[in-house]
Design a protein around this ligand. Structure first.
Ligand code: SF4
Length: 700
């Protein structure tokens, strides 16, 4: 009789920041193995539901396209010689040019344990702040705004708030496609929905009200709302007086935004704007739910703060069904924030001040802790181009596709003396620039934790044997650390040991002034870690079973304990439309694809697309340019070009286009939308502007 075994593991989806629980069943029969996935009914993010991407996870597994062995300058090598080469090159570069001549570029796809040791090595022992992450491109403006207003990168809300709320205002979010399970939860709860987005989308179709505002006018809209709340006396005066500061200064600027002026700036009718303002003013239980449409802007931090101001003015924070709720794009963008994955942060939400630098150094027993923030993503790749960064290790991400001015980033990497790329995939635009390629494990093989958009830490569990020579990212980082002479401080045998240290650091000399605190998990046993149930931080002595909502007692992490209003002077996108570049290009995700399609592109039922990106264009514009559906188009910006097929759609307003972000040069020539984006970034967060790009169009 044939031997048959089935094994079920609970893990977490590796795609979006909803962080759904997945149940994976591996069936082994004879020499073969099949995997089936379904939603984990016990997981509080999704209660058994999965979207189309999560449902297709099993189809994305397997060895096809995987990087299976280290490759140095195109030739296969064993791990020992590959790591020896890497360590020698890093050590020599640091010795000759100093610690700031090297850098790590990380990813929201990494697990918290991977992220933690990468930061510890670079910021603690190499002594440079040059660790940044692709999360810089998706939510760093949300981080900067929370820190300005609340004193910490602390998301106040939880997913249940989306169901308890009577009104959810989705700003710059096509959640029906990008965060589908959360959108389903809103719909199932019959929550009233307002969508603020220049384009019609699957989300706006389901909304009670859609404000198709002029691209980039969000801060004007929320300043107008703040002024309306003042004029109609819909403020929570007691909350403002007792728990906030800076209201008078903020209102001095917002007062300028009359209904007529705001409507004109937003390009919508006064009546429609009034409808939204009244709805917001009247509905106590309101959540503002915002994402890349707000963040990917040269004034993204101010836009975030303009939204938060309206919640502070009405006291709608720290209460069920109310709050400003920024939603992350990636599965572990939040985990990266916790360990200091952003170049301007230290681990455990600590900052680059003398006290925190000293504290981290003592905890790590490190005497070369970086003394200043490192370079943020755009500056980091510019430093590569200028030859200031001479060795870079890129982990689990594809910046030659995703960074603005992508062609320039690729050519900078080609010139860099040492580019190391660790990835599960063999052929990506970035891998083509690498001197050294290191095979890493991926979803189903990795073991550790991730944190979703509601601060919930969940386990990713391994249920498959890594193929070929693939190794875990944390193991590769610790190997490099040991070869650089820091083996004692990176002597981990299992990710639980890293997690314990991360948890202990979060509570180390934390008198309550640091929001991120999971110290109650600092002595977790291997068995408890294996069985860890999803839990929302803080998890500490005061809240040993986790914390649903923050700020319920209206105490904030600022020096005064009060939340801060931020005076916001709305700014238009850095580049304007002109006679030469007369159209606005917006960009974003498709429902069925993820990032650069290295995984979702493997699933047959997700691959229902053409080999080229489709560029959405309004029917009137299509007529004007003599373009038919499916025709090949070329877009040019002051920075670069991309090509795609026309998709004529009334979802686009006249003068505005939309293109998906997923295509790379590996998939099709001139198909990267990021090639059109320039270096404009938000001054507070360093997040690049991707959403409002001036372009010209011509048929091919
Ligand atoms: Fe995965 Fe996001 Fe879909 Fe959930 S909503 S199954 S986390 S892609």
């Amino acid at each position: 009789t044939e031997h048959f075994r089935a094994h079920r593991s609970c893990t977490t989806c590796p795609y979006c920041g909803v962080g759904c629980g997945v149940s994976a069943t591996v069936k082994r029969r004879g020499g073969g193995e099949t995997v089936a996935v379904s939603g984990d009914e016990q997981h509080p993010a999704n209660f058994g539901r999965l979207c189309v991407k999560g449902s297709a996870l099993a189809e994305t597994l397997g060895e096809r396209g995987r990087l299976l062995q280290p490759r140095l300058h195109g030739r296969e090598h064993d791990w020992d010689s590959a790591m020896d080469f890497m360590a020698r090159q890093f050590a020599r570069t640091i010795a000759e040019h100093g610690p700031d001549s090297v850098a790590f570029y990380l990813s929201g796809q990494l697990l918290t344990e991977d992220y933690y040791v990468a930061n510890k090595l670079m910021k603690g022992f190499i002594g440079s702040g040059n660790v940044d992450t692709n999360s810089r491109l998706c939510m760093s403006s949300a981080v900067a705004a929370y820190k300005r207003a609340l004193g910490a990168d602390a998301v106040p809300c939880c997913y249940e708030d989306l169901e308890v709320a009577d009104l959810v205002v989705l700003v710059g979010s096509n959640a029906a496609w990008t965060h589908p399970i959360l959108f389903q939860r809103m719909q199932a709860a019959s929550t009233r929905l307002v969508v603020i987005d220049p384009r019609a989308s699957a989300t706006s179709e389901m909304a009670d009200l859609h404000l198709a505002i002029t691209p980039g006018s969000d801060a004007a809209l929320f300043n107008g709302l703040l002024n309306f709340l003042v004029e109609r006396d819909r403020l929570d005066r007691q909350f403002i007086d007792l728990h906030t500061e800076g209201f008078d200064e903020a209102i001095d600027i917002a007062r300028d935004w009359s209904l007529a002026k705001t409507a004109a700036a937003c390009g919508i009718a006064e009546q429609q704007l009034l409808e939204f303002f009244r709805l917001f003013a009247q509905t106590e239980k309101t959540v503002s739910f915002y994402s890349q449409g707000i963040n990917q802007s040269s004034s993204g931090t101010d836009k975030n703060n303009a939204i938060i101001n309206c919640h502070l003015a009405t006291g709608r924070i720290g209460r069920p069904g109310a709050g400003p709720f920024s939603i992350t794009g990636q599965p572990n963008a939040m985990g990266g924030r916790e360990v200091g994955g952003l170049a301007n942060m230290l681990a455990a939400h600590m900052n680059f001040n003398a006290g925190d630098i000293d504290r981290v150094g003592r905890f790590w027993r490190a005497d070369s802790v970086a003394q200043k923030p490192g370079l943020k993503a755009v500056d980091l790749f510019e430093a590569v181009e200028r030859g200031k960064i001479k060795a870079i290790w890129i982990m689990a991400t594809n910046p030659a596709v995703s960074m603005p001015d992508a062609a320039r980033v690729a050519s900078a990497l080609q010139k860099c003396p040492l580019v190391v790329v660790s990835d599960c995939v063999a052929d990506t635009d970035t891998a083509r620039c690498a001197d050294l390629l290191l095979p890493a494990t991926t979803w189903g093989e990795k073991n550790g934790t991730v944190t979703n958009s509601e601060r919930r830490i969940s386990r990713q569990r391994a249920f498959l044997t890594p193929p070929g020579e693939a190794r875990h990212d944390w193991q590769i980082i610790c190997d490099l650390a040991a070869r650089l002479g820091h083996g004692d401080q990176f002597d981990y045998a299992h990710p639980v040991e890293i997690f314990r240290e991360h948890a202990a650091l979060s509570g180390f000399e934390n008198d309550g002034s640091r929001a991120f605190d999971i110290s109650a998990l600092a002595e977790i046993s291997l068995r408890q870690y294996d069985g860890l149930q999803p839990v929302q931080w803080p998890v500490n002595e005061r809240n040993p079973t986790g914390t649903e909502r923050l700020f319920t007692e209206h105490k904030f992490f600022t020096a005064t304990g009060r939340a801060r209003f931020i005076s916001v002077q709305p700014r238009t996108p850095e580049q304007s439309r002109s006679d030469e570049f007369p159209l606005w290009l917006n960009s974003g995700r498709l429902r069925d694809q993820w990032h650069t399609m290295t995984r979702t592109g493997r699933a047959r039922n997700l691959l229902d697309h053409s080999e080229m990106p489709e560029i959405q264009i309004n029917p009137g514009d299509a007529r004007h340019y003599h373009i038919g559906d499916g025709q090949l188009l070329e877009l040019r910006s002051p920075r670069g070009r991309m090509c795609g097929r026309a998709l004529v759609s009334a979802a686009q307003k006249p003068g505005e286009l939309f293109a998906p972000i997923h295509w790379s040069e590996t998939l099709a020539q001139d198909a990267r939308v990021s090639a059109l984006a320039g270096p404009a970034t938000d001054p507070h967060s360093g997040q690049p502007e991707f959403k409002q790009l001036p372009v010209q169009l011509s048929p091919l």
